[in-house]
Design a protein around this ligand. Structure first.
Ligand code: HEM
Length: 401
């Protein structure tokens, strides 16, 4: 391996063995500047303790304008986000207002009520596959399931769900910038129109609830509802697909694990999902944060004001200072404190939905095809994304003869 104290991190080695590479970085230079594949640079934080503290520290901000001296802020445009202000890219007080409102609509009850629909969708997706031919389970199951669930959650009418699915697929496939922007624009325009329709004819789903919700006289504007819908889609599908993919890949490599989970009760499967979250870290590195002042870490490294900072959730979740034998997948371990859903103000809003989807996806697959197995060589390289830790495809034979 190259020198990971100062050399490049996101190399071929990383796409093959991200946890080994990140482990070396953590050992050699736990807070360091790294080059990103697109040519930019960021600071990368890899120790568990530092990761938690960065995510809970108001000196690290999401809107980079808040890292500038006040007199410069007004002259700099924010990051354009579809539809308007996006919660994940904002700090208090904007973030506080948006989060308070969405939390009122995105309730535990609403998520729990989705379970039967998630079961039906998972069953229908499997039903459509030929069990004796090799299928790509990423394409046929892990990706379409969360997309369909978001449609259900938001209240996208059934007749529009194929178009919605196609746009979101273009947005996550590496379809090139023009195609991605086009899909993004189509999705935004569609959601704008849908929000107007829901205003005229409210229903029980989340978009209507977001339109309705109010707190101390505050309500979300149409563009804020659209931005929230886009955020839920972007934040909720690829991540959940990655979690499902991680779990299936692990079971393909270890049929004993598959058999064990097939025989496990609900608590057992839930515990395994938590360990898949920790061990697989679907979001390897969190999206952007910026230092609003110079911040010195344990060990003496100072991140200068204005610098971009990425928290490596994957490195934190595999830090031996926090988890014993961190690289072992162990469904029996105590996973308390894993940071796969982040920490602090921006802690994942959809964590309970993601857990529900993964649990149902795995249960449905294991019940129906308990001896699913490898259908062709498994990929050795992950997708070349710094943000998600995902296998590009999983060739699976659902029912070997
Ligand atoms: C935020 C992970 C699924 C909605 C986050 C963050 C992480 C995360 C790490 C914090 C990012 C940061 O601090 O920069 C995951 C993982 C998922 C998942 C690993 C699946 C396994 C979902 C789902 C939804 C969702 C299903 C909704 C449908 C959100 C939203 C935020 C967020 C709205 C922003 C919260 C805020 O800024 O206050 N997620 N997520 N996520 N997630 Fe998730």
């Amino acid at each position: 391996m190259t020198d990971l104290a100062t050399g490049p991190v996101f190399t071929d080695d990383y796409w093959r063995e991200p946890f080994a590479v990140l482990g070396e970085v953590r050992e050699q230079a736990p807070v360091r500047e790294v080059e990103l594949p697109d040519g930019g640079t960021t600071w990368l934080v890899t120790r568990y303790a530092d990761a938690r503290s960065v995510m809970a520290d108001p000196r690290f901000v999401k809107d980079f304008r808040n890292s500038l001296p006040p007199e410069q802020r007004a002259n700099v445009p924010g990051i354009p986000s579809p539809g308007g202000d996006m919660m994940l890219l904002n700090d208090p007080p904007v973030h506080t207002r948006l989060r308070k409102l969405v939390v009122k609509a995105f309730t535990v009850r609403r998520v729990a009520a989705l379970r039967p629909r998630v079961e039906t969708i998972a069953g229908a997706l499997l039903e459509a596959l030929t069990p004796t031919a090799t299928v790509d389970l990423v394409d046929a199951y892990a990706v379409p399931l969360p997309t369909a669930v978001i449609c259900e959650l938001l209240g996208v009418p059934v007749e529009d769900q194929d178009a919605f699915g196609a746009w979101s697929r273009t947005m996550i496939d590496d379809s090139g910038e023009a195609a991605t922007m086009q899909a993004n624009a189509s999705m935004t325009a569609y959601l704008q129109e849908l929000v107007e329709r829901k205003r005229a004819q409210p229903d029980e789903a989340l978009l209507s609830a977001l339109i309705e919700v109010s707190e101390e006289g505050e309500q979300l504007s149409t563009s804020e509802v659209v931005a929230m819908g886009m955020l839920l889609l972007i934040a909720g599908h690829e991540t959940t697909a990655t979690l499902i993919t991680t779990a299936v890949e692990a079971m393909l490599r270890d049929p004993d694990l598959r058999d064990r989970l097939a025989a496990s009760d609900q608590d057992g499967l839930r515990a395994a999902v938590e360990e898949f979250l920790r061990w697989g870290s679907p979001i390897a590195q969190t999206p952007l944060r910026f230092a609003a002042e110079d911040v010195t870490f344990d060990g003496g490294v100072t991140v200068p004001r204005g610098a971009m900072v990425m928290v490596s959730l994957a490195a934190a979740n595999h830090d031996p200072a926090r988890f014993e034998r961190p690289d072992d997948l162990d469904p029996d371990r105590d996973t308390t404190g894993h940071v796969s859903f982040g920490h602090g103000l921006h802690f994942c809003l959809g964590a309970s939905l993601a857990r529900l989807e993964a649990e149902v996806a795995l249960r449905t697959l294991l019940d129906r095809y308990p001896s699913f197995t490898v259908g062709a060589d498994l990929p050795v390289e992950r997708r070349r994304s710094v943000l998600v830790n995902a296998w590009p495809r999983l060739p699976v034979l659902l029912a070997p003869e």
